[in-house]
Design a protein around this ligand. Structure first.
Ligand code: ADP
Length: 373
């Protein structure tokens, strides 16, 4: 029988902190994710106490691994110290509403800027745009990573034709995959496709923490995060938990999609993440045979909406067979047809995002971070 989170927490009562306190009551545990025989969670402690906590981490892992029904267990020790905050702090808790953010979120060491690519609803081409935007930023000479955080439908394995699994380093850290010069990690590597949707929501914090902090991202100028579509609790939690420099919203031109895009813009505004701009995807149809352009969805809506909302408009991507075929075959156009017209459009958008990032970094004080694995 599969192990439950409650069973894991009960077992962890038998593991004590260096101060002799049962682990579940120390306030250092992230959400415990347990399912399909796999368990993972992290323990967040002050950087200065890491050595004292390593035996606790090890013991926790052993105890969990020994539980019936557990096939693998990964317990990570995440150390942090905020400027002026000398003592251990539990990881930020999920909160509804409009909590203040910014100083309380730790950055990812080595990663200069993290940006979200989001959409108000699914199927608008968010992931396709995220991949090609990441490749566009890379073509501009930046060192770029892409993190697939779409818990409902991770698509990077498909869009980048990745079949291999990331390897673990030293049992606790994951080595990302490299594709077309991008450093890639997908939540699809951590959760099974069969995991029920209803179960995925609560995984958000743990899985995100793992993917941000327990992956060897190396040094990156930009990390592009492909967010789950929509503006519900899971998305809000992510927007709060990831130290985002800004967000790009992808929308199609139809009215209905625009209403959702508007929700996306207000969600990021609500958590004080600057909206770097709106991209209109499937903006117009370019006939692959005759080159005729048809504005089948009434093109231009997103530009207009962006103006109305006072956020930048980043560009229009046509609805084109090549984009779809290439994207779905794991051969993104920016990498495989760099001289084509579509690649140019994505690079132009990337250039605008880079410009916006310069603006977004001004006035946002970077938190001082100390993290050790
Ligand atoms: P989302 O992440 O919003 O669910 P995807 O990026 O997975 O959307 O795209 C959904 C489908 O639309 C995919 O089959 C993809 O290839 C296709 N698609 C995305 N953008 C375009 C485009 N500009 N032209 C043609 N097809 C596109």
């Amino acid at each position: 029988m599969a192990v439950t989170k409650e069973q894991v927490l009960a077992a962890l009562e038998g593991v004590v902190s260096p101060q002799g306190i049962p682990l579940p009551t120390t306030g250092t545990l992230s959400e415990v994710v347990a399912g399909d025989g796999k368990v993972f969670f992290s323990i967040t402690v002050d950087a200065a106490d890491v050595k004292d906590w390593e035996p606790v981490r090890k013991r926790a892992e052993e105890i969990v691994r020994a539980l019936p029904g557990v096939r693998s267990a990964l317990v990570a020790l995440t150390a942090e110290r905020k400027a002026g905050a000398p003592s251990a702090r539990p990881p930020p808790q999920r909160a509804k509403g409009a909590p203040p953010r910014g100083e309380s979120i730790q950055g990812v060491p080595g990663v200069d800027a993290i940006i979200a690519v989001a959409s108000g609803k699914g199927g608008v081409g968010k992931s396709t745009t995220a991949v090609n935007l990441a490749l566009g930023l890379s073509a501009l000479g930046l060192k770029v990573g892409i993190l697939d955080a779409d818990i409902y439908g991770p698509s990077l394995p498909k869009l980048l034709a990745i079949t291999e699994r990331p390897q673990t380093i030293g049992g606790t850290r994951l080595k990302p995959i490299t594709r077309y010069g991008l450093t890639v990690m997908s939540i699809g590597f951590l959760i099974d496709e069969e995991t029920p949707m209803i179960w995925r929501g609560p995984m958000v914090i743990s899985a995100l923490t793992q993917m941000l902090r327990e992956v060897e991202w190396g040094t990156l100028d930009v990390m592009v995060v492909d967010m789950p579509p929509g503006t519900g609790d899971a998305q809000l939690t992510m927007a709060q938990q990831v130290p985002l420099r800004g967000a790009v919203i992808v929308s199609t031109p139809q009215d209905l999609a625009l209403i959702d895009a508007r929700r996306g813009v207000s969600m990021f505004k609500r958590v004080n993440v600057p909206v770097l701009g709106v991209v209109e995807n499937m903006s117009y149809f370019l006939c692959p045979h005759c080159g005729t352009r048809s504005d089948i969805f009434g093109h231009g809506g997103a530009r207009h909406e962006a103006q109305r909302l006072g956020v930048p408009f980043l560009g229009e991507i046509p609805l084109h067979m090549t984009i779809r075929e290439k994207s779905d075959a794991g051969l993104p156009v920016v990498a495989t047809e760099p001289d084509g017209p579509h690649a140019q459009i994505y690079r132009d958008i990337a250039g605008k995002v880079r410009e916006q990032l310069k603006g977004a970094s001004a006035g946002r004080a970077a938190p001082k971070i100390v993290i050790e694995a």
